[in-house]
Ligand binder design. Sequence first.
Ligand code: TMP
Length: 206
Amino acid sequence: MKKNLFITLEGIEGAGKSTFIDFIEKFFVDEGRDVKKTREPGGTKIGEQVRDVLLKNENQKLTSDSELLLMFAARAQHISEVILPALSSGKVVLCDRFIDASYAYQGGGRGIEYSKINLLEKWVMPDLKPDLTLLFDLDVNIALERIKKRSDVDRFESEDLYFFEKVRESYLERAESEPVRFQIIDSALPLKNVEEQVRNVLKDIL
Ligand code: TMP
């Protein structure tokens, strides 16, 4: 059986990771691999219901702690129902956001101590770490311009420049502290150049 791979895509809103997940899926399918594409929060029937609670604009009263715990509730379900079974059967798992988003958004953005997030990480995923994390990085002003063009913005997308600056900073700090797992992709470049960067990274882990 071919080596299973767990790959996560991260970045602030507007950085384009959801566009590139299809490109990455095609890359692996062309290599003859079985791919499971999934996302967080969500990825399971239960997790998608939790996602609705987390993203709905009307839920402005949700506290930062509740937000963090709901992210991990959805993640616990996702790991046991989808991620571990797919990895055990030798698939390539592509996950649109994972644990690093909790550090960046709830830690960096909301200001929750990283040590609390780390406790939950150890509880919910003691033996699981992505093999590769692609961080789609983009200047926050450009990202916000892109978000503004969307017709519906969710509870996170309606946050301000300062929030996203914190999120981006936190992602970049994590990338710096784990330079082997993280690969930073410059999302400000034209589509073809971004695809080229992604392809070069993927070729290295085949
Ligand atoms: P998406 O827009 O990439 O689908 O993700 C939904 C939102 O959830 C996005 O704004 C980031 C946020 N999020 C967190 O705040 N913490 C997390 O742990 C995850 C997985 C996502």
